[in-house]
Design a protein around this ligand. Structure first.
Ligand SMILES: Cc1cc2nc3c(=O)[nH]c(=O)nc-3n(C[C@H](O)[C@H](O)[C@H](O)COP(=O)(O)OP(=O)(O)OC[C@H]3O[C@@H](n4cnc5c(N)ncnc54)[C@H](O)[C@@H]3O)c2cc1C
Length: 399
């Protein structure tokens, strides 16, 4: 089945128009500045304004709330294209959309009406705040606590490694509302917490940023700490779904689209590394031959090409399953695991094919090489993905 055979002709046409607009934007606006912004680790303010105008902050939000309502299939193709040019940009709207998806899927009508229109325009942007200094993979170990006081929650605790924590204004915050609950996940909830004023960008009372974290790659986008000390928020607008104890499942549900996104970004990194290598191998000579005529290089290109294509097909498969409402933990896990490992492998091979030039900051290869490993860590490490895949294989195939 073609990867668009299950969506309407109208949606296919819309997808073509959107992808064409993205191509033009990448060529005209992103390509000329990406390299410099990345090396300067500068937040891309002008490109964020363009992304707002193109509706990317509302890509997965229902049109009823002002979003584009795109399918995961179309969305993942957009993400791959943008990641081919500069992967960091995709994190600015994807982390935001994971937060938006949590409100859209699990929020009350009042919460959807309050938050989603502002998320769709990008007036309020943000991300998903799960990780803490002592709770990453083991999310149930987190200690950030929200206590109900009248019609408000009071929050105490700290989050780290949060994408968009500094440049954004809101996060979907995973907290303990009942720290004594057993099993631990039953005491967890998600609060939508506004951290900064949308216009002045000043911290709201009771919350501030800690350090801006320094990273190997994924430059341009901010990764930061958030510190909550006596922060107060309105319970009705903040507690997603209006019921305590559901946060762990909402967070892991939100990660499904996040994993498709990471897989799609990985395909973008791999595809760029492959295309750069195919081109370079046809211009660089050694021993009187173009290097693409050496069998050692051909073996590399052949493997890089096959794996990149396989990763692309796994992403399409997971996105199709998401769009048709099937369960996707295994499909998203397979796509995320395989595509991210492929990105690391293909970027490394691309560096070898480019020889010393692959190591130079004047070429894009060293950036792809620095960006790729994050894909193995984010939205659930690849160790965990393989465990999730294995559990699903057993569960779906009982003897
Ligand atoms: C650039 C960047 C951006 C990020 N953005 C965000 C964000 O926006 N929001 C957010 O909440 N977090 C974010 N994170 C955090 C990220 O999700 C975590 O780093 C990740 O979940 C791993 O957690 P950890 O770093 O605490 O590693 P740990 O959980 O300490 O894991 C260490 C190692 O042990 C392995 N391991 C742990 N438990 C098990 C197990 N049960 N079985 C097998 N192996 C196991 C892991 O796979 C890993 O190899 C970001 C991280 C980075 C680097």
């Amino acid at each position: 089945m073609a990867d668009t055979a299950y969506i309407s002709a109208e949606a296919v046409e819309e997808e073509a128009i959107m992808l064409d607009a993205i191509d033009k934007w990448l060529e005209q606006k992103v390509k000329p500045v990406a390299m410099q912004l990345e090396h300067d680790n500068e937040w891309p303010a002008d490109l964020v304004e363009d992304m707002k105008e193109m509706g990317l902050f509302g890509a997965l939000i229902d049109p009823e709330y002002g979003g584009l309502g795109l399918s995961a299939t179309t969305y993942s193709k957009i993400v791959t294209k943008i990641a081919e040019e500069w992967m960091s940009l995709t994190g600015i709207f994807n982390s935001h959309l994971m937060m938006a998806q949590i409100v859209q899927r699990f929020g009350t009508d009042k919460q959807k009406e309050h938050w989603l229109p502002k998320f769709a325009t990008g007036e309020l942007r943000g991300g998903l705040a799960l990780t803490e200094p002592n709770a990453g993979t083991d999310l149930q170990a987190l200690t950030t606590k929200a206590t109900r006081v009248g019609d408000k929650y009071v929050v105490e605790g700290a989050k780290t490694w949060i994408s968009n924590a500094i440049e954004g204004h809101v996060v979907a915050l995973l907290v303990k509302t009942d720290p004594k609950a057993e099993p631990r996940y039953k005491g967890m909830s998600i609060l939508i917490t506004q951290t900064k004023d949308a216009e002045t960008r000043e911290d709201l009372p009771g919350v501030k940023n800690g350090n801006k974290l320094s990273k190997l790659g994924y430059k341009g986008i901010d990764s930061g700490e958030l510190i909550y000390e006596g922060y107060e928020c309105d319970a009705e607008l903040s507690l997603v779904g209006g019921e305590e104890g559901k946060g762990f499942f909402m967070a892991t549900g939100g990660l499904e689209i996040g994993r498709i996104n990471i897989a799609a970004r990985s395909v973008g990194i791999a595809r760029r590394a492959l295309n750069e290598s195919i081109a370079y191998a046809q211009t660089r000579k050694s021993m009187g031959k173009l290097i693409c005529e050496h069998q050692a290089i051909q073996l590399k290109l052949g493997e890089m090409g096959a794996k990149t294509r396989a990763a692309e097909l796994l992403v399409a498969d997971a996105a199709r399953a998401y769009d048709t409402g099937e369960r996707i933990d295994m499909e998203a896990g397979m796509a995320k695991y395989f595509a991210s490992e492929t990105a690391v492998e293909v970027a490394t091979e691309a560096m070898r094919i480019h020889g010393g030039y692959g190591y130079s900051k004047e070429y894009v290869i060293e950036r792809l090489y620095r960006d790729a490993p994050l894909m193995c860590i984010g939205e659930g490490t690849n160790e965990m993905q393989r465990i999730i895949i294995a559990k699903q294989l057993v569960k779906r195939n009982p003897v």
